[in-house]
Write a protein that binds this ligand. Structure first.
Ligand code: 8YV
Length: 308
């Protein structure tokens, strides 16, 4: 008999879906209108869970899966999984560590360039027919901010932070970072205090794990980043105090932001929608065919190892 799996978030690669269906009986929880009733119906059979990094799995759901042995996170962050419950009940939790590093770092640079150079605003300008209509070429578009040479501050020098640093170095950007402790194997400047890091950065790039930290990018940090500074977040929305970010943008305390993640996805603070100084993405950092395929393969390997 094939092991039963509860799927809490979609898998977008058809080949991965086919392999999963060959090896397991997959129950698509995320598609159910009445999730509580569905759990009551299938919960007793479930031995494995597939979930996304942002979705995770709560204690309340795990409590209804008495035979659960493995939670395979299709992502690198396990912050949304109740790890204490999993540990106490001998449930293995796996993540796709290393599979999405390059994509997330690529998107961080993309957001930085898009925010500084006003790529999305310029795109809207061309599409809306304003270019030929304007009397003076480019009249309504302000000049942009040069990216090469920006002083980049990285919050969290893990895999993604390091990959961002490599890319930003190629743009001639001096790199500083903060983390729990200095790293002996990198040539970048360690700054213990986040406010200090922001004060000495033109762009602050958030790449930290969110297992313990919350709201660390607050009004003080944004004030220190300053009116010429940009905030980029490719980690977790909850690392940023969103009301403080909106207030800082509205007051001109920072120059702009590039955000792939939000506190309450898919709900984005509406105050951001009309702003040309922010670039918004719907949590897409790992959303390439190549990376999602690799991630899917790792999810399958983890389920196989635990259940077959
Ligand atoms: C994943 C994420 O792409 O890796 C993570 O922790 O949050 C995302 O970037 C997502 O989990 C896909 O399901």
């Amino acid at each position: 008999m094939k092991p039963h799996i509860l799927q809490l978030s979609p898998i977008l690669i058809p080949e991965i879906r086919e392999q999963l269906a060959t090896l397991f009986t997959v129950h698509p929880y995320y598609q159910q209108a009445d999730k509580a009733a569905y759990l009551r119906e299938v919960g007793g059979q479930i031995r494995g869970v597939i979930t996304g990094g942002h979705t995770g799995i709560t204690r309340q759901v795990m409590e209804q899966l008495p035979h659960l042995e493995v939670v395979a996170v299709n992502g690198v962050g396990t912050d949304a999984v109740d790890l204490a419950y999993a540990r106490d009940h001998g449930i293995t939790v796996s993540a796709t560590v290393g599979a999405l590093t390059e994509d997330v770092a690529d998107l961080a640079m993309g957001l930085l360039i898009a925010a500084c150079r006003g790529l999305c605003t310029s795109d809207r300008y061309v599409r809306s027919g304003q270019w030929p209509a304007s009397a003076t070429p480019l009249a309504p578009l302000p000049l942009a901010r040069q990216v090469s040479g920006l002083r980049v501050g990285i919050v969290g020098l893990g895999r993604v932070g390091r990959a961002v640093a490599t890319r930003a170095t190629a743009f001639g950007c001096p790199i500083s970072y903060t983390d729990l402790q200095p790293m002996g194997d990198v040539p970048y400047t360690f700054v213990a205090d986040l406010v200090e890091l922001a004060r000495h950065s033109d762009a602050l790039i958030v790449a930290a794990a969110a297992d313990k930290a919350e709201g660390i990018i607050d009004a003080r940090v944004l004030q220190a980043l300053g009116s010429g500074g940009y905030l980029i977040n490719v980690a977790r929305g909850k690392l940023v105090n969103e009301p403080d970010l909106v207030a800082a943008l509205e007051a001109g305390h920072i120059a702009g932001a590039g955000l792939d993640v939000f506190v309450d996805e898919p709900n984005v603070p509406p105050a951001l929608f009309a702003r040309d100084d922010v670039v918004l993405q719907p949590h897409r950092a790992s959303a390439t065919v190549q990376t999602r395929t690799r991630m899917g393969e790792m999810v399958i390997a983890s389920l196989r190892q635990a259940l077959i």
